[in-house]
Design a protein around this ligand. Structure first.
Ligand SMILES: NC(=O)c1ccc[n+]([C@@H]2O[C@H](COP(=O)([O-])OP(=O)(O)OC[C@H]3O[C@@H](n4cnc5c(N)ncnc54)[C@H](O)[C@@H]3O)[C@@H](O)[C@H]2O)c1
Length: 272
C-alpha cells in the first residue's frame, strides 16, 4: 500500500483558540484522522465545550483546557496537562486571536486617528505576544524533543491592507466605519516571527510556517457579503472547513521540506 504522506495519526496537536469557529474545524478534522488534540482556550466553560464538541463521540482524543495565551504560567500549566496525558506535543497551531467584529463599539471601528490605544494593546497582547509565548513554551519543548511543526495563523489583512471600500456601505449609513489597524499589524508580526523561528529551530527539526486565510462565511450581513465576494476572484467567502486540508498538509510529512513559508488560501483575494 502507498505511504500516506498526509498522515497525522497519533500526533499530539495543541490548538490555541480551539473553541472558535475555525479551531473547532481543525480539531474535528485532526481527530477524525487519528490525532490527539489539546485545545488551549481562554473561554473553556463546559457549555461552550459541549456546544462545540458535544455529541461527536471523540472523548479520549480531545483535551480542552482553560489557558490564556497571554499568560506564561497558564500556558505552562496547560502544557503540563498535555504532557501528563499524551507526552510532548508534535505540533502547535497558534490560532487564538482577537478581531473587532463589525458589531464592535463604534470607536473600535472608527477612524485610524482615534483608534483606542488600549485596543491596540489588547489585540497585540493576544495576537502577537500570545503567539510568541506559546512558541517559547510549547515550541521550546518540541525543539528539545527534536521534532515538531508550528503553524502561525495569519490573515489576508496581515499581508495587504483591508480594502476599506467594502465597508463603504457602513459609512454611507452614517457610521465612520473602518476595519481597524491593530489586527492587521498584529498578523503581519507573525510573518517574520515565523521566519525567525524557522531558521532558529531548523537544526532541531521544528518546522515553522504561516498559514494565511481569507474571510470565512459566518452569517455576515448581505451588503458586506456582496462587497466582499465581489472582491474575491473565486466569488465567495471561505467555508469553515476550507482550511482543514492545509492544516493537515502542514502538520504531516507531505510538507517535510517546508519551513519559514507562508501558505496563502484566500480565494484569490491577494492575486489582483
Ligand atoms: N474567521 C475568519 O474570517 C478569519 C479570516 C482570516 C484569518 N482568521 C484567523 O483564524 C484564526 C481563527 O479565527 P476564528 O474566526 O475561528 O476566531 P474565533 O473568534 O471564532 O475564535 C478565537 C478563539 O480564540 C480564543 N481566545 C481569545 N483570546 C484568547 C486568549 N487570550 N487565550 C486563549 N484563547 C483565546 C477565543 O475564546 C475563541 O475561542 C484567527 O487567528 C483569525 O485571525 C480568521
Amino acid at each position: 500500500m502507498a505511504e500516506d504522506f498526509f498522515s497525522v495519526r497519533e500526533k499530539v496537536v495543541v490548538i490555541t483558540g480551539g473553541l472558535g469557529q475555525l479551531g473547532r474545524q481543525f480539531g474535528l478534522a485532526l481527530i477524525d484522522r487519528g490525532a490527539k488534540v489539546a485545545i488551549f482556550d481562554a473561554q473553556a466553560d463546559g457549555r461552550r465545550v459541549a456546544e462545540r464538541f458535544g455529541g461527536q463521540g471523540i472523548g479520549e482524543n480531545l483535551l480542552v483546557l482553560s489557558v490564556d495565551v497571554t499568560n506564561r504560567n497558564s500556558i505552562e500549566a496547560g502544557l503540563r496537562r498535555v504532557n501528563a496525558t499524551w507526552g510532548v506535543p508534535h505540533a502547535l497551531i497558534n490560532n487564538a486571536a482577537l478581531d473587532s467584529p463589525p458589531s464592535a463599539p463604534a470607536e473600535e471601528n472608527g477612524p485610524f486617528e482615534s483608534y483606542p490605544e488600549n485596543s491596540w494593546d489588547q489585540v497585540m497582547e493576544v495576537n502577537a505576544k500570545g503567539v510568541f509565548l506559546c512558541c517559547q513554551v510549547v515550541g521550546g519543548q518540541m525543539a528539545e524533543a527534536g521534532r515538531g511543526s508550528v503553524i502561525n495563523i495569519c490573515s489576508i489583512y496581515g499581508l495587504v491592507s483591508p480594502d476599506q471600500r467594502i465597508y463603504q456601505y457602513r459609512r454611507a449609513g452614517g457610521a465612520p466605519f473602518f476595519k481597524p489597524v491593530a489586527y492587521s499589524a498584529s498578523k503581519s508580526a507573525l510573518l517574520n516571527l515565523t521566519r525567525y523561528l524557522a531558521t532558529y529551530w531548523a537544526p532541531r527539526n521544528v518546522r515553522v510556517n504561516t498559514l494565511t486565510f481569507g474571510g470565512v462565511f459566518n452569517n455576515q450581513d448581505e451588503e458586506f457579503l456582496r462587497g466582499y465576494c465581489a472582491r474575491v476572484p473565486l466569488g465567495r467567502m471561505a467555508r469553515e472547513d476550507d482550511y482543514n486540508g492545509a492544516v493537515i498538509f502542514l502538520l504531516s510529512d507531505a510538507s517535510a521540506y517546508m519551513t519559514g513559508s507562508n501558505l496563502v488560501i484566500d480565494g484569490g483575494w491577494t492575486a489582483w
